[in-house]
Design a binder for this molecule. Structure first.
Ligand SMILES: [Zn+2]
Ligand SMILES: [Zn+2]
Length: 264
């Protein structure tokens, strides 16, 4: 089908919204009508080259949600009309990594930036007669996308699409950096540097882990004050001029362990 996509044709070039040719789902794939997509800083990395791509054009977007419109042969557990979130790392559920609970290391992720589909190695998108590499085999910057079922997660239909999309990258990246990587424990003091989508989620992960104090540090005052309403604070500084705010978690009062950890 013909639709549109936001493409990059080279390093440090502007995004170009133009017509693309999108393949119908083959075995193991579904087609999705996109309802929401997030712009992650990792999308900007492919503009600057911080995330090297094998070639261009590249279609951006690895965070998104939508509704399944077509289902290919052999797809299990997904049907037309399902609301879904896209995962920028596939999870087959059967490889050694998936079987041991580490689906973030799924074997199918080896070709994540190759642009070649998991299903049969073909390119599912063309523009100006050339094969297009969809970021993380997704490419959510389009009204429609065709993707392997291992990158699709079904969700309840009452979850707003714009919130669901964020769970595809920013929320688990930030939340997990506090709860898993920094391993925040009750009573810890935590500094989160940068309060964007990832930082805000790290802040919430720290609060949920029982951190005694969470320091939100950002160069942009508006960023801190804008996000502060998402976390129920028990104590906040009165000054609105500071760009560093702190929160104390209600559950931290009984904490015995105190240490400092930082989350970037
Ligand atoms: Zn991302
Ligand atoms: Zn796997």
């Amino acid at each position: 089908m013909k639709t549109k996509g936001a493409l990059l044709w080279g390093l440090n070039e502007a995004w170009s919204v133009e017509e693309i040719e999108l393949g119908d789902p083959i075995a193991g794939e579904v087609q999705i009508r996109m309802e929401a997509a997030g712009m992650c800083h990792s999308d900007h990395h492919i503009v600057t080259g911080a995330t090297p791509m094998p070639s261009y054009p590249v279609m951006g977007g690895h965070e998104g949600s939508g509704v399944i419109t077509k289902v290919g042969d052999g797809v299990v557990g997904l049907e037309v009309g399902d609301h879904v979130v896209l995962s920028f790392i596939p999870a087959c559920g059967r490889c050694p990594s998936c079987a041991s609970g580490q689906s973030n290391l799924c074997d199918l992720g080896a070709g994540l930036l190759s642009g070649q589909s998991i299903s049969d190695g073909s390119y599912r998108i063309q523009a100006r007669g050339e094969n297009v590499i969809p970021m993380c085999l997704l490419g959510t910057f389009s009204p429609y996308m065709t993707v392997n079922q291992t990158q699709v997660v079904k969700i309840e239909k009452d979850i707003p699409f714009e919130l669901a999309a964020l769970v595809g990258c920013g929320v688990p990246t930030g939340w997990g950096s506090a709860t898993h990587i920094a391993d925040v424990k009750a009573g810890d003091s935590v500094a989160v540097i940068g309060i964007g989508g990832v930082g805000m989620s790290a802040l919430q992960g720290a609060v949920a882990s029982g951190a005694r104090h969470v320091f939100a540090i950002d160069r942009c005052r508006g960023s801190v004050s804008r996000h502060s309403s998402s976390v129920p604070p028990t104590r906040m500084p009165r000054s609105k001029k500071r760009s560093c705010r702190s929160w104390r978690s209600p559950g931290a009062r009984c904490a015995r362990r105190r240490s400092s950890r930082s989350v970037r």
